[in-house]
Design a protein around this ligand. Structure first.
Ligand code: B12
Ligand code: SF4
Length: 478
């Protein structure tokens, strides 16, 4: 069987280009690697990263026609719904015998509904995709029943069947490294905020799956449940080494929900990187309550440059209401520790969660400026399907009647679906822009950035960041 996995175009069609860098779709690269190793039905497999290659729908049409796949499988977040739908629909128009499969954040939230809404989808996979996808290939190829495939929604005699139970791979060290050989690795680059100005290629990487927390706005649980599985330090470093040696990748973004989820493993990973003398530079995400001085110092020694936190709010009340399970004080302490380790800190904040007022927004802006951050982003709260925020907003009647999935983009001037009675969308946009201006247009902040310039690459990076700032604050200018 010939398989074509597709990452749908996203930023260009939503006029969003130039802000987020380019990130490898490791999800379908994992699916491909696992299928290559464990399915007996593969004859050929390719990945089309239509997002990073900036393919339009005509180009995707040509690719599907020329490659003549037996299966087209598409990864799908909620805001990418329309784009994924178009690909699935065109696939069936090209040849109705091509089997279509979807997986990812949106199918994980709405598996059955998707099959109802888009009749051209044959199979929808929920949660971790590697095992069900490889098994599905063999089931199709050998005419086996689909009833045993966990986490699968499909049609049978016109009825939609959903095998609810999801089976997670217990030892994630046994999952092969993502098939980067099928991706246009030279295209990937970090986002402006995470721009680490060094030569060499860039990739994201995952060292764990899942998060034990349950923040009301987050979709992580839909995909991974609340259980965390971690890879061994050795397995992680072997992947880094493969990237370094085979793809000349020197810059990494650890995309785990909480990279230092285990203090000891963090130290072990860093020691391994150092002992292998790999000159790499990287960024990672963590929570303010997962910061340890010795681990942070080790991270710096092993090439970590930026640590990314979701502070979300400067109000303890809002932090409580979004179930963040952190406090404003913990945020302050976390930044202090990172600064001691000479790590740069990037902060993410949310505006417009349920319970927010103009006063709590002001508290967040004040907080962002007092923390000593190197960069900050302010997102409007988005009720992704399957999250508690979605259910709460729905129950309270706070979801705009005519909202669409595309409105769930966290940036841009789109109309947010979550409408708080006291904070209409114009007010949220006003505060989002005001927060950006107040944070970035501080004379001290600008002076420090200029003082930090060491090379032409630093100047270019600052210019890029400035363009992004203008695009967000005055979107009609660019
Ligand atoms: C890294 C990341 C990004 C990266 C890279 C995304 C990419 N294309 O790989 C960047 C920065 C580009 C990004 C952008 C966005 N992201 Co993002 N991102 C993540 C993050 C942190 C990790 C995703 C990841 O790669 N995980 C590792 C892989 C292995 O897991 P996975 O993607 O879930 O894939 C597994 C399964 O879902 C499934 N699967 C996935 N695809 C497919 C396809 C098939 C055919 C099959 C069978 C199975 C399958 O199998 C995979 C392996 O087990 C998650 C948070 C999280 N905890 O999941 C958010 C997350 C996926 N992002 C999210 C969002 C909203 C966005 C943006 C819309 C943000 C924005 N601009 O407003 C954009 C949308 C981009 C797009 N193209 O659609 C949401 C999605 C929620 C939703 N319901 O849609 C998440 C869940 C975070 C959240 N807010 O809760 N993101
Ligand atoms: S800590 Fe991060 S990944 Fe975990 S539930 Fe909260 S937002 Fe999601």
């Amino acid at each position: 069987m010939r398989i074509l996995l597709i990452n749908p175009p996203f930023t260009k069609i939503y006029n969003f280009s130039g802000q987020g860098g380019k990130t490898a779709p490791l999800n379908i690269a994992y699916i491909a690697a696992y299928a290559r190793k464990y399915s007996n039905s593969l004859t050929a497999i390719e990945i089309l990263d239509a997002e990073s290659l900036e393919y339009d729908f005509d180009m995707i049409h040509n690719k599907i026609t020329n490659y003549a796949p037996d299966i087209v499988a598409v990864t799908m977040t909620t805001p990418a719904y329309n784009s994924a739908k178009k690909i699935i629909t065109m696939t069936k128009e090209i040849n109705k015998n091509i089997v279509t499969v979807v997986g990812g954040a949106h199918p994980s939230a709405f598996p059955k509904e998707l099959l109802d809404e888009i009749p051209q989808i044959d199979f929808s996979i929920i949660g971790e995709g590697e095992k069900p996808f490889a098994y599905l290939l063999d089931a199709i190829s050998n005419g086996w029943s689909f009833a045993e495939i966990k986490g699968l929604a499909y049609r049978n005699d016109g009825k939609i069947i959903f095998n609810h139970e999801i089976e997670y791979i217990r030892d994630i060290d046994m999952i092969p490294f993502p098939a980067r050989d099928l991706l246009p690795m030279s295209l990937y680059e970090p986002s402006t905020a995470k721009d680490i100005t060094h030569k060499g290629g860039f990739s994201n990487i995952f060292t764990s799956r899942g998060c034990p927390y349950d923040c009301v706005y987050c979709s992580s649980r839909n995909i991974w449940s609340g259980k965390v599985r971690i890879r061994s330090a050795m397995n992680v470093v072997n992947e880094i080494e493969e990237c370094y040696k085979t793809f000349n990748i020197t810059k990494f973004n650890f995309n785990d929900d909480i990279f230092p989820i285990s203090r000891q493993r963090t130290i072990d990973i860093c020691n391994e990187i150092i002992s292998k003398d790999m000159k790499i530079h990287w960024t990672c995400m963590t929570r303010v309550n997962y910061v340890w001085e010795d681990a942070m110092i080790k991270m710096k020694d092993a090439g970590c440059e930026i640590v990314n936190f979701g502070f979300e709010s400067g109000s303890d009340e809002i932090l409580k209401s979004i179930n963040k399970k952190t406090t404003v004080k913990q945020g302050i302490e976390a930044v202090k520790i990172c600064k001691k380790a000479k790590l740069k800190v990037m902060g993410n904040f949310m505006i417009g969660n349920i319970g927010e007022t103009e006063d709590t927004i002001k508290e967040s802006i004040r907080y962002s400026k007092t923390l000593g951050l190197d960069s900050a982003a302010f997102f409007i709260a988005m009720p992704y399907p399957g999250t508690k925020l979605y259910t709460m907003a729905n129950d309270l009647g706070y979801l705009r009647k005519d909202w669409s999935y595309t409105d769930l983009l966290a940036y841009g001037n789109n109309n947010p679906p979550l409408i708080l009675p006291n904070l209409p969308p114009e007010t949220l946009h006003y505060w989002q822009k005001k927060a950006m201006k107040e944070f970035y247009l501080r004379p001290n902040y600008i002076l420090n950035k200029i003082k930090g310039i060491r090379s032409t690459r630093d100047i270019l990076s600052l210019l890029r960041a400035f363009m992004v700032f203008i695009k967000i604050v005055i979107p009609k200018v660019l």
